[in-house]
Ligand binder design. Structure first.
Ligand code: GDP
Length: 172
């Protein structure tokens, strides 16, 4: 029996509708769902265990289930979240601009020390309109980590969750 502490991290996905939030979780999780702990949120929670060094960490990954469309994410969605993944679609400049709003929203409603990762998704598409260097500069300025991913091919996806979990584990 391991006497490791219970490493249990809540992570929330944020970003405009259709940027690929659910697809990223789906790609990571092999489709394993947990029951919705707070049914009023309307969100989905996926549990994924990952290894960080010698420890096994249980990620509880919350997806908006479309609630972001109506700006109706409740404070419960953010409560207790140790990390957040802010997603934009590299083929949609509006979704990139909105990433800033999502960060503010998280800062206002979420835990003060939540770790944030910025993700440009859909890199398998050729119609890129948001340059990586632009997003990287923004991330550097705001002390965020930045990754690009494709939920379609899987490129970069595991790394996002792994690095975020690592950042959180370093806080403890
Ligand atoms: P959400 O609303 O942010 O959760 O976005 P979804 O995960 O529902 O994805 C929205 C649409 O984008 C769907 O049609 C997905 O199949 C598509 N999509 C998501 N991720 C990718 C990706 O990495 N590449 C491509 N080509 N399409 C993607």
């Amino acid at each position: 029996m391991s006497d490791q502490p219970n490493l249990d991290y809540k992570i929330v996905l944020l970003g405009d509708s259709s940027v690929g939030k659910s697809s990223l979780v789906f790609r990571l999780s092999k489709n394993r769902f947990c029951e919705n702990l707070e049914p009023t949120i309307g969100g989905l929670c996926v549990i994924q265990n990952i290894e960080i060094g010698e420890s096994e960490v249980k990620l509880k990954i919350w997806d908006t289930a479309g609630q972001e469309r109506f700006h109706s994410l409740t404070p419960l969605y953010y409560r207790g979240a140790k990390g957040a993944i802010i997603v934009y679609d590299i083929t949609n400049s509006e979704s990139y601009k909105r990433a800033t709003d999502w960060i503010l929203e998280l800062r206002e409603n979420g835990e003060q020390d939540a770790k944030i990762v910025l993700v440009g998704n859909k890199i398998d598409l050729e119609r890129k309109v948001v340059e990586d260097t632009t997003a990287q500069k923004f991330a550097d300025k705001n002390d965020l980590h930045f990754f690009t991913t494709s939920a379609k091919t899987g490129e970069g996806v595991n790394q996002v969750f792994f690095v975020l979990a690592q950042l959180i584990s370093q806080m403890n």
